[in-house]
Design a protein around this ligand. Structure first.
Ligand SMILES: CSC[C@@H](O)[C@@H](O)C(=O)COP(=O)(O)O
Ligand SMILES: [Zn+2]
Length: 209
């Protein structure tokens, strides 16, 4: 891997982090972001664990390998949820994976947990997921939130398929991906817009139409 690629990817992820941070999407140090640096062998930059993600520093990201372990000796700990990013890279063509906790994704994840998914139809913004047909349906699976991260990562992996662009974790947050940072951010913004709109609609209609 060339140093120039690493620097470019670092910059790209730092820029996405700034924009998401400006929206308040990293409460209480929550959230983790990653970007792929090389395919073979898999290496990706992931946020260091437990940091204040609203700040920009030279220690924000750690380069990890296909086992989610740091490539070089470092004091920094990769995100506790690095394994979820690893699964995304193993099972999709993603180049970037974003995980955030927001009030909207939390509430939606609990409201629809028993159904195991939430769906959106007839909403313009599902076009952000390349769904252009009038009757197209966007499906967002919802998984439980086991404390043991390998279990959580396996639940995520089970839900990944070609028509899934993100998975809600019950009372926790959402993990979203895209072929590159631009697309992952587009998907995340579209999901959050759909969640917020849906909740606003429910409030204003007391749950019914
Ligand atoms: C205090 S935030 C909750 C964390 O357990 C986790 O869910 C999270 O999103 C951030 O963990 P991190 O290890 O900083 O990547
Ligand atoms: Zn989390």
């Amino acid at each position: 891997m060339k140093t120039i690629d690493l620097k470019a990817r670092w910059q790209e992820l730092a820029d996405v982090k700034d924009v998401l941070g400006a929206r308040g999407w990293f409460p209480g140090t929550s959230g983790n972001l990653s970007i792929k640096v090389s395919d073979d062998p898999l290496e990706f930059l992931v946020t260091a664990s437990g940091k204040d993600k609203y700040k920009r520093t030279d220690e924000d990201f750690v380069l990890v390998n296909r086992h989610s372990k740091p490539v070089e000796d470092t004091q920094l700990k990769p995100s506790a949820e690095t394994l979820l990013h690893q699964k995304v890279y193993e099972l999709t063509d993603a180049g970037c994976s974003l995980h955030v906790h927001t009030v909207s994704n939390n509430v939606i994840s609990e409201l629809y947990a028993n159904k195991g998914e939430v769906t959106f139809q007839g909403q313009e913004l599902i076009k952000a997921f390349n769904l252009w047909e009038e009757d197209a349906v966007l499906r967002v699976p919802i998984i439980e939130n086991p404390a043991h991260i390998p279990d959580l990562a396996n639940l995520l992996a089970e839900k990944i398929d070609d028509n899934v662009f993100g998975v809600l974790i019950r009372n926790h947050g959402i993990t979203v991906w895209g072929r590159n940072a631009f697309e992952a951010k587009k998907h995340l913004e579209a999901f959050e817009f759909l969640f917020e709109s849906h909740l606003a609609f429910r409030i204003h209609t007391q749950g019914g139409r």
